[in-house]
Write a protein that binds this ligand. Structure first.
Ligand SMILES: Cc1ncc(C[n+]2csc(CCOP(=O)(O)OP(=O)(O)O)c2C)c(N)n1
Ligand SMILES: [Mg+2]
Length: 588
């Protein structure tokens, strides 16, 4: 049997170390499916229910393993479905390859069924975007796609017409006017130089040496540099602030961190940013500049892997390009250790208070169930090396504040695209890559409902993922955003009764538990975590629990009051919750 192009394509990906492809077949990719069938000993195909989820799974694979994630979709609608997940990869700088089908070459441009110019559609999302017209383009275009995805840390896209998919891989149908089939190179990614120059590191050390009140801001690019971050913080007696994507850079209980920053961050981090004279940014392109020090007020050094992003957010005196771990390791011996720890201690004290305030909100006695309590139970019972995935919504705030990174715990969500729905597919993608790990998705009812068919994917693939749904029967995040704008909520609550997602699980042979009383939370979470298979805990929580910012500004409070005056529904229950939160914090 002669080798077909699709077989060579998948084989070449296997040479690059690809072992999993997430996707859903269609008449536009039957040839590629045959390539996967022939290569099934080397590459596993994971059948999903929605292509968007396949792209999220590929993104999660890249986030958790550092290796290329691959997703596959048919021509037209399948390719369109991938896009949201691919933008998630693009915005969080993850190497992902999308393979799509295309009309056969003889029909291109004729308006044949499902003809969508996916290569044009993907122009914005993809760093490398190529149609394969001729078998002789292989393996070069595959190599270029993979190399680009890694080197530019983004999306590569290959679209393959139906006839080319099943063409003889050795065919070379046309006369050449220039040499075809460039030589094959070993499929090895040569990593870019990682350590900044000594000169650059000395400039960083000098700037830090002049600082009296220093903070470190760490992001996802420093996830592999925990020991170095902590050592630098110790040497400088400087607190570490973490972006949400960088939540697992250092443990939440470290004396060197003031936790998160931004709307869902901590009050100490917010205070700290207004108090420092020097900032060291490491592995972060934190977009919410409102939460960074005002331009001109502090001196800034930044260690950033991508030259394009170095110094791009706030005026930066010393932007340095390099790998976070190697840069910090190189910086350490150049630092003059600071013996004055007063500034650090001030924020350690503030953090002690913040931790108490947060613990006070984890009240088991509340009815309806406080989301903070739900997360605290999950936090307590989950393994020390659990992986938590999360969605955009109030859930991100609850996870940011009440889920504690400790030991080998990891944390993933859609950082910059901030899309709903990746929590569940992320968990599936990661569980495939890490079969032995406890993988938990903490998601909202809105985000879960968007791609809930993927829970059936988890069941069919016998993946022991654990899903915990913070079911507030609402698009909670937006509800609070509307009120903060000064308007009463509109179009953000689901009609009662609350959906029963546990029934979806039990009806399909998985463990599903619906929880409506706080007293049942612990037992349900425990049962799910110890269950040897996929499990889902659907918890009806207080729909009137606001995710308040760490520091409520006067203007926000005023807008809130305006929304109340303009006829905000459920005023009484919201006020009660707010009141109780404040009293509990005061009690703490
Ligand atoms: C695809 C997509 N649509 C809409 C939004 C805007 N949005 C952000 S959070 C959110 C609410 C999410 O609801 P849910 O998953 O139930 O979480 P909750 O906020 O209620 O905890 C919405 C609509 C988004 N980020 N992504
Ligand atoms: Mg919700």
């Amino acid at each position: 049997m002669a080798e077909i192009v699709s077989e060579a394509l998948i084989g070449r990906l296997a040479d690059w170390g690809v072992d999993t492809v997430f996707g859903l077949p269609g008449d536009g990719i039957n040839g590629i499916m045959e390539g996967l069938r022939r290569q099934q000993d080397r590459v596993r195909f994971v059948l999903v229910h929605h292509e968007e989820a396949a792209a999220f799974m590929a993104t999660a694979h890249a986030k958790a393993t550092g290796k290329l994630g691959v997703c596959l979709a048919t021509s037209g609608p399948g390719g369109i479905h991938l896009l949201n997940g691919l933008y998630d990869a693009k915005l969080d700088h993850m190497p992902v390859l999308a393979i799509t089908g295309m009309q056969e070459t003889a029909l291109l441009g004729t308006g044949y069924q499902q003809e969508v110019n996916l290569d044009k559609l993907y122009e914005d999302v993809a760093e490398y975007d190529q149609m394969i017209y001729n078998p002789a383009q292989l393996p070069t275009v595959v190599d270029n796609a993979v190399r680009t995805a890694y080197a530019r840390r983004g999306v590569a896209h290959l679209t393959v017409p139906n006839d080319i998919q099943v063409a003889d891989a050795g065919a070379d149908p046309w006369q050449h006017v220039a040499p075809a089939r460039p030589p094959e190179t070993a499929p090895v990614m040569l990593s870019a130089p990682g350590k900044p120059s000594e000169h650059d590191l000395e400039r960083v050390a000098d700037l830090l040496g002049d600082g009296k009140k220093i903070a470190v801001l760490a992001g996802a690019g420093a996830r592999h540099a925990r020991a170095e971050l902590l050592a630098v913080a110790e040497a400088l007696a400087a607190p570490i602030v973490k972006t949400l994507s960088g939540k697992d850079t250092v443990p939440d209980d470290s004396p060197y961190t003031t936790g998160g920053i931004g709307l869902l961050g901590t009050r100490p981090s917010e205070d700290l940013m207004g108090d420092i004279d020097t900032l060291l940014m490491v592995g972060t392109n934190f977009p919410y500049t409102k939460y960074l020090p005002e331009p001109g007020k502090v001196r800034v050094a930044q260690i950033e892997a991508d030259p394009i992003r170095a110094g791009a957010r706030i005026p930066t005196e010393v932007p340095v390009v390099g790998d976070a771990k190697q840069a910090l390791a190189g910086l350490l011996p150049l630092l003059k250790p600071r013996s004055d720890t007063k500034f650090l201690e001030k924020y350690q004290k503030e953090m002690g208070k913040w931790r108490k305030d947060m613990a006070a909100l984890q009240d088991a006695g509340r009815d309806p169930i406080a989301p903070q309590y739900l997360v605290s139970v999950l936090d307590e019972l989950a393994a020390d090396d659990a992986v938590l995935t999360c969605d955009s919504g109030t859930i991100a705030t609850w996870a940011a504040r009440h889920w504690h990174v400790r030991g080998g715990r990891e944390f993933f969500l859609s950082g910059n695209l901030a899309t709903m729905a990746p929590g569940l597919p992320y968990a599936i993608g990661i569980q495939h890559a890490m079969p032995g790990r406890q993988v938990i998705a903490f998601v909202g009812d809105g985000g879960f409902a968007m791609l809930m068919a993927e829970f059936i994917t988890a069941i069919k693939h016998k993946l022991p993922v654990k899903i915990v749904i913070n079911n507030n029967n609402a698009l909670g995040q937006i509800l609070w955003e509307q009120m903060i704008l000064g308007y009463p909520e509109y179009g953000v609550r689901e009609p009662e009764p609350f959906a029963d997602f546990a029934a979806l699980a039990t009806a399909n042979g998985a463990l599903g538990i619906k929880v409506e009383r706080a007293g049942d939370v612990r037992g349900a979470v425990q049962q799910a975590l110890s269950h040897n298979g996929p499990a889902l805990v659907d918890v009806n929580v207080n729909p009137d629990e606001p995710p308040l910012p760490g520091k409520v500004e006067y203007d926000q409070a005023k807008k809130f009051a305006q929304a109340f005056l303009k006829g905000q529904p459920r005023k009484a229950t919201i006020a009660t919750t707010l009141f109780r939160d404040k009293i509990d914090q005061l009690k703490a």
